[in-house]
Design a protein around this ligand. Structure first.
Ligand code: PMP
Length: 434
């Protein structure tokens, strides 16, 4: 509609608006809702897309891999050949640069930091023996990344995100000047939570970083590499391993991915791509950790998807389910908030999230208000190291899980709470000035 900028309203106008919004909020409270929009989980229909995978390897199936390996037995540390081929196509890396892991890429990231802590990186001093280890954290970012570095006592330094990726001036300067900085969390495509994709310039600058620490690694978590919402409008990313090689820094990056949001989040396949030197270093540890990961699951995935084309087609089915959800949320935000100046949000072309910015100091209150009316959002501050959003303005919206109709009600309620909290804040500010 033709809404006024809230900032420009008089105290009387704001008070009238507040009364109106409060009435509407009370109506939502009587609806007895219980909706969860807190995590980026696929919905049931999305999971159903992969049900046939359970038949792809039934009790009559041939349990041998293309190389004649009995997948039911022990062995094959780095994954069966056809799984490496499928995942290497997915990751845009050569199969020789791929290591297949278990069901979770987050687990692989955790283990990589854990290994660096206890045993160092390629013969460097184990991080646990250093006085201080620091990490760059583009913000807002993925809460579980920050939770890992916090768990290991690594000091996290926030770096602002832009639509092109992290502030690279700041990244370049920090890594070049401080040997204690050992890594950076990156979600380079359809980032969590903003849905931004790194520009060519950003990727090139990453590949050309000159870290003071020899054991600095870019943790390149390409969790949403194939997770487009549109066929004809896809973000594109320069392949980081190849770019690092071109820049003369082949060992600079660990790249992670998984099929979590392609097949089943709890039962997918995770994989890592990196230089041969890094792989050798990593395998030295992994060989003590396991005799081999779940090859039955690897074969099941390959039999189901067949090849990368099968996977691309499968991702289009996911997109068909998710696109209406993202578009509905964005439409409701637009309808209820455009012109008010009390909220901004991202409009991603893929991934799992929309990032919302309230007026400063309003995010916590908005999340609380939603909760009191039965809608659970990701806690405010979650997208920042130590859960501290300095502006208390960021809220991560996860539109994937709820059914469309629930999502509609939740989005309407959310915008209502944004308006109500903003009006209360503006009134408070105005009264303090008077
Ligand atoms: N990385 C990012 C950026 C994510 O958003 C998620 C899931 N929300 C993960 C990793 C988790 O991946 P996995 O299931 O492979 O552990």
């Amino acid at each position: 509609g033709n809404m006024a900028r809230y900032e420009e309203l008089s105290v009387e106008e704001l008070e009238a608006l507040r009364a109106e919004l409060k009435d509407e909020y009370r109506r939502y409270q009587t609806m007895d809702m219980n909706l969860d929009m807190s995590r980026g989980k696929p919905c049931r229909e999305q999971l159903d897309l992969s049900n046939d995978m359970m038949d792809a390897l039934d009790s009559n199936a041939d349990m041998y891999s293309s190389e004649g390996v009995d997948v039911r037995n022990y062995g094959v540390l780095d994954g069966i050949a056809e799984a490496k081929e499928l995942l290497s196509d997915m990751m845009e890396n050569h199969p020789d640069h791929i290591l297949i892991f278990g069901n979770s890429s987050l687990n692989v990231m955790y283990d990589s930091i854990s290994r660096s802590m206890t045993h160092g990186v390629m013969g460097s001093t184990p991080w646990c023996k250093l006085d201080e280890v620091k990490w760059l954290c583009p913000v807002p970012g993925y809460d579980r990344h920050f939770a890992i570095t916090e768990y290991f006592g690594i000091k996290m330094i926030p770096v602002p995100m832009t639509e092109q990726g992290p502030d690279m001036d700041m990244v370049e300067e920090l890594v070049a000047s401080d040997e204690a900085i050992k890594g950076i969390w990156c979600v380079p495509k359809y980032s969590n939570p903003q849905g931004y994709s790194y520009s060519d310039e950003t990727v090139r600058r990453f590949a050309r970083l000159k870290p003071a620490a020899r054991d600095f690694r870019i943790y390149w978590d390409n969790a949403y590499g194939m997770h487009h919402l549109y066929d004809h409008e896809q973000d594109y990313l320069i392949e980081i391993l190849a770019e690092c090689k071109r820049a003369g820094h082949p060992d600079l990056v660990y790249k992670f991915a998984s099929t979590s949001k392609i097949s089943f989040p709890g039962s997918g396949i995770a994989s890592m791509a990196t230089s041969l030197n890094n792989l050798e270093d990593i395998k030295k540890q992994v060989q003590y950790q396991t005799i081999g990961h779940d090859k039955v699951n690897q074969l099941r995935h390959v039999r189901f998807f067949q090849d990368i084309h099968g996977m691309v087609k499968h991702m289009q089915k996911h997109a068909n389910i998710l696109r209406p959800k993202f578009e509905m949320v964005e439409d409701i935000f637009e309808k209820n908030l455009a012109g008010t100046g009390v909220g901004e949000w991202t409009k991603p072309k893929g991934g799992y999230f929309i990032s919302f910015e309230t007026l400063p100091g309003c995010a916590k209150a908005v999340v609380d208000k939603c909760k009191k009316a039965g809608v659970t959002l990701t806690p405010a501050g979650s997208a920042f190291p130590y859960k501290k959003d300095p502006n208390d303005s960021n809220i991560r919206i996860a539109p994937t899980y709820p059914p469309l109709e629930d999502l509609r009600i939740a989005s309407e309620l959310f915008t209502l709470c944004v308006k109500l909290v903003s009006v209360e804040k503006l009134l408070k500010d105005k009264k303090e000035v008077q």
